[in-house]
Design a protein around this ligand. Structure first.
Ligand code: UD1
Ligand code: CA
Length: 451
């Protein structure tokens, strides 16, 4: 019996100073909302309902990309967290099991924490995720009686005595899905904010004789994003965690604080990453690969033992085979670099296939774009592409073929052939010396004229 998720994402996020809904701002290249949904996804939820309001169309489009089985419901007027959850009622009609309420702007709740909340439901009708912040500020306070949660009091409504409580409400709440809505039916907006507080369901549950409990988590998990400064802090927190995770998994990072990961970066054991490497989304690096300093990778796969950089750029669709090398100032896009093949200096390889053990000389360019269409370049195995070869796609170079340096290759080269596509060299003995003499004499005459 899987739980269902209700993710609140209707808030405007005024303090972001943005035209974009707050939950679509990104941490490690994924929207805040995707982080929240990902934490819940580990529970294999029966249903996922996102409550959208501000910028609902954009939120809906993003949700479709993150999880196309998730439902999006609309909260027209934002009358409080309780009112927001009520918008999910129809979408959860007939759902068996528990519902967990999460906030779309709170990206770091751990799946283990949510699992602990579900476990705690065995003993309690309502389970709330609590934490003890360094500064309790304006959080809702959890009023306990021993291990029993009696009520949640919002800061605005709290007495001085209640404000002195250090245990606060993270916002994450879990209850039986059907019961959650019958509890919410009793919530009113009779409070300091004039809002329908989700938090009121605790006192209502207690009045019904249901027991309520608290699961505690670290403050880091409950970090919410309300401003650009918070967003930057969330990014820093994510990076710190991801770096620690990489080190723990057996990845060498020579200067961890300079390496930037995306939410889904995957790096195998015994791979090493030098300083100032940036991973965009969709990168996998296999065991023993070496990513050297100042490289930028996104949407690519680096196989075991391959070497990238320093100063390399791997763009989406770059596929490096085992022990392949892509060196300094090279760009590879939508191209397969075969096992042991080398693209070592100053080259652009795009929309291409490079066979195993082929050597691509310095300054080689696949001319893949004709201004309208993109075309493919195919290079076989054990071929040798001379420096500064222009491969005008579509074009094929066979196995064990060679191209002469500086060639412009416009037609296919068969296996084993040498292709030369450049002007023939002409040498005129003594002519350089004569030219120099003439030019120097002309300069001397000019200087004399002026004086
Ligand atoms: C809420 C809790 C408070 C808790 C705090 C933790 C209530 C009444 N209070 O307070 O106990 O300590 O979170 O951060 O629940 N939202 C909607 N629609 C609405 C109202 C809110 O979608 O009508 C969303 C917001 O976008 C946000 C979340 O719900 O993601 C929380 O709302 P917010 O107004 O920030 O609640 P707080 O006053 O901070
Ligand atoms: Ca808040």
């Amino acid at each position: 019996m899987g739980a269902s998720l209700i993710i609140l994402a209707a808030g405007q996020g005024t303090r972001m100073q943005s035209d974009m809904p707050k939950v679509l701002h990104r941490v490690a290249h994924a929207p805040l909302l995707a982080h929240a949904m990902q934490a819940g996804a580990a529970l294999e939820p029966e249903r996922v309902v996102v409550v959208a309001g501000h910028g609902a169309e954009a939120v809906e489009a993003a949700v479709a990309e993150i999880d196309d089985s998730a439902q999006v419901v609309f909260q027209e007027d934002r009358l409080g967290t309780g009112h927001a959850v009520l918008q999910a009622r129809a979408a959860l009609e007939g759902a068996t099991g528990d519902a967990i309420v999460l906030y779309g702007d709170t990206p770091f709740i751990r799946p283990e924490t949510l699992a602990a909340m579900l476990d705690a439901r065995a003993a309690h009708g309502v389970v709330v995720l609590g934490f003890e912040p360094a500064d309790p500020a304006r959080y809702g306070r959890l009023v306990m009686n021993g291990e029993s949660l009696e009520e949640i009091v919002e800061y605005k409504d709290a007495s001085a005595e209640q404000r002195a409580i250090g245990l606060c409400n993270s916002g994450v709440i879990c209850a039986d899905a059907a019961e959650l809505f019958t509890l919410l039916d009793e919530v009113t907006d009779d409070n300091a904010a004039g809002e329908y507080y989700l938090t009121d369901i605790v006192a209502i549950a207690r009045a019904r004789g249901l027991s309520c409990g608290v699961v505690r988590c670290a403050e880091e998990e409950t970090m919410g994003v309300n401003s650009r400064a918070d967003l930057a802090a969330a990014e820093a927190a994510f990076q710190a965690r991801k770096r620690a995770e990489a080190l723990e998994n057996g990845v060498t990072l020579t200067a961890p604080e300079t390496v930037h990961f995306a939410w889904d970066t995957w790096i195998g054991r015994d791979a090493s990453v030098e300083p100032y490497v940036v991973f965009g989304p969709g990168v996998t690096v296999e065991t023993g690969a070496e990513i050297r300093a100042f490289s930028h990778l996104e949407g690519c796969h680096v196989s075991s033992g391959a070497q990238v950089g320093p100063y390399a750029r791997l763009r989406p669709g770059a596929e490096l085979g085992n022990n392949a090398k892509v060196g300094n100032f090279c760009e590879v896009k939508n191209a397969e670099i075969g096992e042991g093949a080398k693209v070592n200096h100053l080259s652009y390889i795009g929309d291409a296939t490079v066979g195993e053990a082929t050597n691509i000389g310095a300054g080689t360019i696949t001319c893949n774009y004709d201004g309208v269409f993109k075309h493919h370049t195919e290079i076989g195995a054990r071929a040798f592409i001379g420096s500064n070869t222009m491969l005008v796609a579509p074009v094929r170079v066979g196995d064990e073929a060679m191209t002469g340096s500086g060639s412009v290759i416009t037609s296919d080269v068969e296996a084993g052939a040498l292709a030369l596509g450049r002007a023939k060299q002409v040498v005129k003995p003594g002519l350089a010396r004569k030219m120099f003499e003439k030019l120097k004499a002309a300069k001397a005459a000019k200087v004399k004229d002026k004086s």
